[in-house]
Design a protein. Structure first.
Length: 500
């Protein structure tokens, strides 16, 4: 196991982890490398080339905006949302770009930020990942100073061309309970008398020895991050387990803030489709049901699941701050089920018991997400929406079983059910925007997660299909899927529905 919970769950901005967060991180990584190598001061020109899905749906996903922000030195988890429009307007009005906030150069966006819509990969002879981008900088004499290719592989994760070509080149992290399959996860947990949540927590404690993980945790809980001034700071006074749990709870607080903004905000989403924000209206309906008292819709709790998932993804579609879980396009499912657990499935629990259940939820969901990330894909451009909402549904289903006190076998069963009934789901966003069908799809994925949990817990025993088998099937299905159904807006709803 290489991936940490804090790499799977990342604080970022909408609307897309692969098309917004990933490109922004790639641009930032590129200019940082220039600065560290001493080449930044020599740069007089930069060109960015986008390919495949990034080129075909990049405008709708805000890839152009993300690239510019990253080149300025901004990071998805810390960028000031209130300043984004001003920063972009300044670049576009002055035709000047300040790399890393220090090196100012001429920049004419139409000529230097290029969308190659007729080319799937940076190297046409090498079938790599459909989210490829190339950064090239030159000096005053026109000589190339540096040129790097990056791939945004889903969930905000990025790889350089060298890293992509040598997946085994990264150093393996040492954890006490490594696992590379669900069968191994269940076996290791059973041999050590651990729940999946306990196993993941122990591994996360060990991963604190990796400076990149401790930096991530510090950034999550940092009071310097705009909009989160009240959060606690990771402290040496905390035990390693306390640092982990504090960071997880901070992630949940960030999700809660996103839910609140999504419910409080009305109007129309940006992008030109004129999609009306519906979460506020759905919330008012539930409030009326509660206020009437004498009448209670028996399915109101399920309506609240849909409401929360849509509220988060409306915020994501508007470019707001969300937690990637495991992607932005599927960011509503995990918080919707966490909210369901706290407000509808744990009435008989004390606050301390609820918090413990919430921690089990996130730790267990992370284990499931890691299995998909390391054995298949969480990229809609690679395997379709089954790799985004489908994976989030699977994670949430297994996580909810753990929160409710179910055993490891039931967790695995629920996760399998969650994906089994999302197999083959395409990614065909209308207009390249993360709005239709993405927002409602999060609501449906969250509802499926509740049903998968209930089925696994109410019908214990042997099931025919394992989580490992369903993960492999999902990946093979994605590979068989025609590329035009994988986040290109060239087929499905994107082609057959008139944009209006």
């Amino acid at each position: 196991m290489n991936t940490s919970l804090f790499e799977l769950f990342k604080i970022g901005i909408g609307p897309s982890s692969s098309h917004t967060v990933g490109p922004m991180r790639a641009a930032l990584r590129f200019v940082r490398s220039l600065n560290e190598s001493g080449k930044l001061a020599q740069v007089t020109s930069i060109t960015v080339d986008l390919y495949g899905s990034l080129a075909l749906t990049g405008i709708g996903h805000g890839t152009d905006r993300a690239i510019l922000l990253g080149l300025l030195g901004e990071s998805p988890d810390t960028v000031n949302l209130a300043q984004i429009e001003m920063m972009l307007a300044n670049i576009r009005s002055t035709h000047r770009l300040r790399l890393m906030g220090t090196r100012e150069i001429d920049f004419h966006e139409p000529e230097q930020l290029l969308f190659h819509r007729n080319q799937m990969y940076p190297d046409p002879d090498a079938h790599t990942h459909p989210n490829g981008m190339r950064f090239t900088v030159s000096d005053a004499a026109g000589n190339t100073l540096a040129s790097d290719i990056f791939y945004s592989i889903g969930g905000g994760f990025i790889l350089s061309a060298e890293e992509f070509a040598n997946p085994g080149g990264a150093s393996k992290r040492v954890v006490p309970y490594p696992f590379s399959s669900s069968a191994e996860l269940l076996r290791v947990a059973a041999e050590n008398s651990l729940t999946i949540a306990e196993l993941v927590l122990a591994n996360e404690v060990a991963l604190l020895s990796d400076p990149s993980i401790t930096r991530r945790i510090d950034r999550i809980v940092s009071p310097l991050r705009p909009g989160n001034e009240t959060h606690a700071t990771a402290s040496e006074a905390l035990t390693p387990k306390q640092q982990i749990t504090d960071a997880i709870l901070t992630l949940w607080q960030t999700m809660e803030q996103c839910i609140e903004r999504g419910i409080a905000t009305e109007g129309t989403l940006p992008g030109g489709l004129n999609v009306r924000r519906r979460a506020a209206g759905l919330a008012r309906r539930l409030e009326r049901i509660d206020a009437e008292g004498k009448y209670r819709d028996p399915l109101a709790p399920m309506d609240s699941v849909t409401l929360v998932a849509m509220a988060v993804n409306e915020e994501n579609a508007a470019g707001g701050r969300v937690v990637t879980a495991p992607t932005n396009g599927a960011a509503g499912v995990i918080p919707a089920i966490a909210h369901f657990y706290l407000h509808h499935a744990s009435h008989d629990k004390s606050p301390e018991e609820k918090e413990a259940g919430l921690l089990r939820y996130f730790l267990t969901a992370a284990a499931i997400g890691i299995l998909y990330k390391e054995n298949a894909s969480i990229s809609g451009a690679e395997v379709g929406c089954q790799g985004e909402v489908g994976v989030a549904c699977s994670m949430a289903a297994g996580g909810l079983v753990a929160a409710l006190g179910g055993d490891n076998d039931a967790v695995e069963h629920a996760a399998e059910i969650g994906m089994e009934h999302n197999l083959g789901m395409t990614c065909d966003p209308i207009g390249g925007l993360v709005q239709i069908p993405c927002i409602e799809r999060n609501g449906m994925g969250a509802v499926k997660a509740v049903n998968a949990c209930r089925l696994a817990m109410n019908d214990p025993g042997t099931h025919k299909i394992s989580l490992d088998q369903i993960i492999e099937t999902m990946y093979r299905t994605g590979m068989d899927m025609q590329s035009r159904y994988k986040e290109t807006s060239l087929a499905g709803l994107a082609l057959n529905i008139i944009e209006c």
